[in-house]
Ligand binder design. Sequence first.
Ligand code: PXP
Length: 253
Amino acid sequence: MNNLRLGVNIDHVATIRNARGASYPEPARAAELALAAGADGITAHLREDRRHISDADIEVLAALCLKRGKPLNFEMAVTDEMLGIALSHRPRAACLVPERREEVTTEGGLNIVAGHNHIAPAVQKLRDAGSRVSLFIDADPVQIRASAEIGAQVVELHTGAYCDAFRAGEADRAEAILARLRDGAALAGQLGLEVHAGHGIDYATVTPIAAIPELAELNIGHFLIGEAIFIGLTGAIQRMRALMDAARTEAAA
Ligand code: PXP
């Protein structure tokens, strides 16, 4: 079974900062703490409307991750503007996500089939710049196969629907979505893709997700930043890391 990395998404530190138009709390300080607490990388989503992470944050985070020898996972919409920014920073990892201005958060996966003609050149340019390209998709076999064909090295499977169903107490629906995630991860692994997962993960949902053997990375943000209010970011990350490790050990036994 793979080692399972934890990427900590620090977008919502910027959300709190921006709610006041203040200069704090600083996402970079959260990134430093997250890496010290055991995060394997930092994830940040520069949205078109700059509602949380800013261009200046990306500059600082890119420099910080480079200094610490850890990857910055740059989440981005497939637009010329974002591609230009990504190519200027050459992040170790770029994750292409769908983005709609009116959404509260990334609501579903990218449609690689419908978007092939504009996604394919973006994947190629990012790869040429040395970034590992990940596509954020639903665990749909059609999208997984299309991701492999388009030349992505990684797929990140959207776990939001599973986490929502689990929290709503809809056990049967949650189990069915989890089965789809498992099958999707297995298919992606067979196709030679590295498999990541993320969205909506908390302490309860991390265990079944982390037990999926093909997964190499989880990206978690909102829950960790919220939990940090109560127990601190270090404690929240350490607890998440411990749950991930325990799930892995148990699944391997
Ligand atoms: N992975 C991707 C591709 C995302 O877009 C997000 C949300 O920005 C996450 C992971 C993290 O989701 P959450 O903040 O719900 O943990």
